[in-house]
Design a binder for this molecule. Sequence first.
Ligand SMILES: Cc1cc2nc3c(=O)[nH]c(=O)nc-3n(C[C@H](O)[C@H](O)[C@H](O)COP(=O)(O)O)c2cc1C
Length: 385
Amino acid sequence: MEVSRERVGPQNDIGSDSAKFDVSVSYSEIESLIELALRAPSGDNCQPWRFTWNDNTLAIFYEQSLGQHALANNNHATWLSLGCLIEALIIGASGLKLRLSERYDFANWKSAPVAILKFQRQTMKTEALISEIQRRKTVRLPYVETELPADVIKLLRVEASTFTTCDFSLKSEKPIEILDYLTFCDEFMWKNRKVATDFLKWVRTDQKEIESHDDGMPWWTLGIQKAELVPIRIFRRYPKLIGLLWNLGFAKKMNQMTRTLALGQQALYCVAIKQTDAFHVMEAGRLAYRLWLTLSLEGYCVQPLSIPSMTGFDVEMGFPPPSTEESAIQRFKSGYQKLRKFFAFSNEQYPVWMFRTGKVLESTQQISTPRVNVHERLRVYTRDQ
Ligand SMILES: Cc1cc2nc3c(=O)[nH]c(=O)nc-3n(C[C@H](O)[C@H](O)[C@H](O)COP(=O)(O)O)c2cc1C
């Protein structure tokens, strides 16, 4: 399936006449643009992208060897990440006075670029969100509990209103059935050995590992204490022990952590789609990323809660994580319905990506997670694409 989309909203004036897309974009502009856009989030910081530039078009390829994960079912996680990347490119390009036109091919990603972007130089304003591309991060600490101010909520609604493809909902209350569903989802992550193993693969547990990788998650970004690394190291080496340690108190610890985080959050918000194809999942990623940057600009922290939303959506669409037991599938299905109801989405709206947002308790200075060097992922390729 090929999808072409001209950007809606303020950038609508591009038109489809490809002759209008000039080629006076230099390699160094593309290089700096991609370097910036690589700051966009990806699942477990796997950064599954490769780029080619041919003086005219930028092609984005999906590297399945990096993106495959027990939680990336039917590529939903990949298309959410792609949406973040595309939006980062759009916002970043505004700083270079460049507008983008995108063409997507979600069916042939194994052999062809998943997106092809063309650029047009124009007089335009640099998007305010550009400063947050570098500053945004995932904050997994407890958040302070006060209401999200009405003007911030309004900003989020304005962002969401520019997307005709997705819907947005934000709630401040935390009903017990939602907390129960979140607890089930955190447990699921550890109880499903394939999910736990794929996650642990990306955790960097000591300085040597941190220094030798420019992807994955340094342990201190996970909101855990150094002592808590011991079970993580053991699990990574001997995944079969997860079940044993689970019964010896790890489950209690996990549940406490979920509740502390969930009870402390200021608000939960969610992006939903009415059409469930890859393009719309990608669009949900674009909107979610804009909301994340908007909150970052206003001084708020954000953490995705993907298992209840994205994995709930995977299950609803018939793509549960591998080796998911029937009882867990049923829990997902009922939890997903509760989530839909909680966010006041209709049965025609499919929640795909949920987040918690708030401010952190103490003034913690978080260092950003690493990113791959742009030169490892960008090639000039002068043959036609
Ligand atoms: C599709 C997707 C799903 C994610 N799901 C979660 C999640 O469930 N929980 C979480 O803490 N972080 C989640 N993240 C955040 C990534 O782990 C994070 O973006 C990555 O490690 C890079 O770190 P940064 O966001 O601080 O730059 C997700 C990111 C993406 C793109």
